[in-house]
Design a protein around this ligand. Structure first.
Ligand SMILES: O=P(O)(O)OP(=O)(O)OP(=O)(O)OC[C@H]1O[C@@H](n2cnc3c(O)ncnc32)[C@H](O)[C@@H]1O
Ligand SMILES: [Mg+2]
Length: 197
């Protein structure tokens, strides 16, 4: 069976990606499980660039296909911040409970119409004998007035989807995966993956 290595250190992403790839005919491993744990410098200026950087960073060390995800939250009221800096925004090691409260505070004067936001996900595949490919998908929503929900990770408790008026942290993983930036990007990239496996 083929091996697919997911080049991420983020446990929330790993859970979602592994759940969605359950039926794919290949063994899905994290970098840690593959013995390839390392810090990868994300010095790109776009989600696509960073996804490619992360996927290609492991290419020299494995014959497996590598999948990488670069994602983040764009808040229109904050001029699309934190964007590609989502992991580093307000401090890399600051707990998300604190970061989410700080964002709510920054948006305290924003009207409902001004609270629009989106999650973006670029996903790349790379490997020794395959041409690197990258896709980008989004989910539109808004920043709520309070943090709600225990599921998911990161900014999920403050990101609400208009269609349901609940945060992505209040959704089950199945519900989030069906509509999320990461779900859409993974479905698009797995179509291409089938062509290289
Ligand atoms: O780079 P890797 O190792 O994959 O892990 P990371 O956490 O640093 O990931 P990114 O560089 O892509 O930063 C994206 C950040 O955006 C946030 N984010 C991305 N997708 C999210 C989602 O589905 N729900 C909540 N927050 C999300 C989350 O805080 C991430 O840390
Ligand atoms: Mg990162």
């Amino acid at each position: 069976m083929k091996t697919l290595i997911v080049a991420t250190q983020n446990k929330g992403k790993v859970l979602e990606i592994k759940e969605m790839l359950r039926d794919l005919d290949c063994e899905v491993m994290t970098m840690g499980e593959a013995g390839l744990d390392r810090e990868i410098e994300e010095n790109g200026t776009t989600f696509e660039e960073n996804a490619v950087i992360k996927a290609e960073a492991l290419k020299a060390y494995t014959d497996a296909i590598i999948l990488a995800d670069d994602s983040g939250l764009e808040i229109d009221y904050l001029n699309k911040e934190p964007g590609v800096y989502s992991a580093r925004y307000l401090g890399k090691d600051t707990p998300y409970t604190v970061k989410n409260q700080m964002i709510l505070e920054r948006l305290k004067d924003a009207s409902p119409e001004e609270r629009t936001a989106r999650f973006v996900c670029a996903m790349a595949i790379a490997g020794k004998n395959i041409e690197t490919q990258v896709v980008r998908e989004t989910i539109e929503g808004y920043i709520g007035y309070e943090a709600k929900g225990e599921n998911g990770f990161g900014y999920d408790p403050i990101f609400y989807v208009s269609e349901y008026n609940i945060s992505t942290a209040e959704m089950s993983s199945e519900q989030k995966n069906a509509i999320s930036h990461r779900g859409k990007a993974l479905r698009a990239i797995t179509e291409r993956l089938k062509g290289v496996m």
